[in-house]
Design a protein around this ligand. Structure first.
Ligand code: SAM
Length: 266
């Protein structure tokens, strides 16, 4: 496949050993990005779930439902281990555990202690703290043995990771043979008319709502900019395939606002 130059440029910036990467529209030293991302999520953690509903008009629930359907946890007592990577407050893990039977367990692994703290409180309030564990860890160097999980989800997390290829390799490593990688991420809108509307909404409405609800406009400016910098879905699918995953596919949703990427460790 012939890729436009811009895509090559973005891939180059995402290479694990590149000296620089992007933090939104800013080019920053690779070593600086994680701390900047951590600052964003520490700042918004307490209002994170509310903001998801406000920004997406509740649509993130439908996108996550599609993700959970793809995970397809067994309804029986059969053991099923999910890793919800960059899982934040545990929204996806909770949905999977609620969809699955008594043998479904989830670990939420995230680099941000504030997001995890909100998640732990939330699960305790729902009586789910026995089946969902929260663990601090970096997607680039996961604290789990090889072949530990039946499925790995990462929702709206991968574009925040400085070295995407390392995170993909780690996802592959910790999945069991036959395990499925599922990544929900913002994508590129390709519906004429909707693209202009989405652009206007992203750059004008989202930072303003972020300011009003969290007091942190910059965090939501980063959010919309980081979406634009994330590789196009076909390019990201190639990155997943290059990691070793098989039967790689993606499904655009809501006119391409998000895409659900899938790959299997076979
Ligand atoms: C937009 S939130 C998504 C949270 C959750 N998956 C959801 O859909 O509600 C992105 C999450 O990625 C986490 N994150 C960023 N860099 C990470 C890394 N290197 N390793 C693990 N988690 C990371 C952030 O701390 C944050 O909780």
């Amino acid at each position: 496949m012939v890729l436009p130059d811009k895509d090559y440029l973005d891939i180059a910036l995402d290479m694990a050993d590149a000296p620089d990467t992007h933090f939104g529209f800013e080019t920053v030293p690779m070593a600086d990005k994680q701390a900047r991302v951590d600052g964003v999520f520490a700042s918004v953690a307490r209002r994170y779930d509310l903001m998801n509903d406000l920004m997406s008009g509740g649509l993130h629930r439908a996108w996550k439902d599609a993700l959970v359907t793809a995970v397809n946890p067994p309804r029986s007592e059969r053991r099923f281990a999910l890793l919800d990577l960059a899982g934040g407050t545990g929204d996806v893990a909770l949905r999977v555990v609620e969809a699955g039977g008594g043998g479904t367990r989830a670990i939420v692994c995230d680099i941000n202690a504030e997001m995890l703290a909100v998640g732990r409180e939330r699960m305790a309030a729902r009586g789910r703290d026995g089946v969902i564990e929260f663990l601090e860890g970096n997607a680039e160097a996961l604290p789990f043995p090889d072949k530990s999980f039946d499925a790995l989800t990462i929702a709206f997390g991968i574009r925040n990771v400085p070295r995407i290829e390392r995170a993909l390799s780690e996802a592959y490593r910790v999945l069991k043979t036959g395990g499925r990688f599922l990544c929900l991420e913002f994508s590129s809108v390709d519906v004429p008319g909707l693209d202009a509307l989405y652009e206007m909404y992203s750059f004008n409405v989202i930072p303003a709502v972020g300011q009003a609800v969290t007091g942190d406009r910059a965090a939501y400016q980063y959010l919309v900019e980081s979406i634009r910098k994330f590789p196009k879905p076909k390019v990201f699918a190639q990155m997943i395939e290059a990691t070793g995953f098989r039967r790689v596919s993606f499904t655009p949703m809501t006119g391409g606002v998000v895409a659900l990427h899938s790959g299997w460790r076979l």
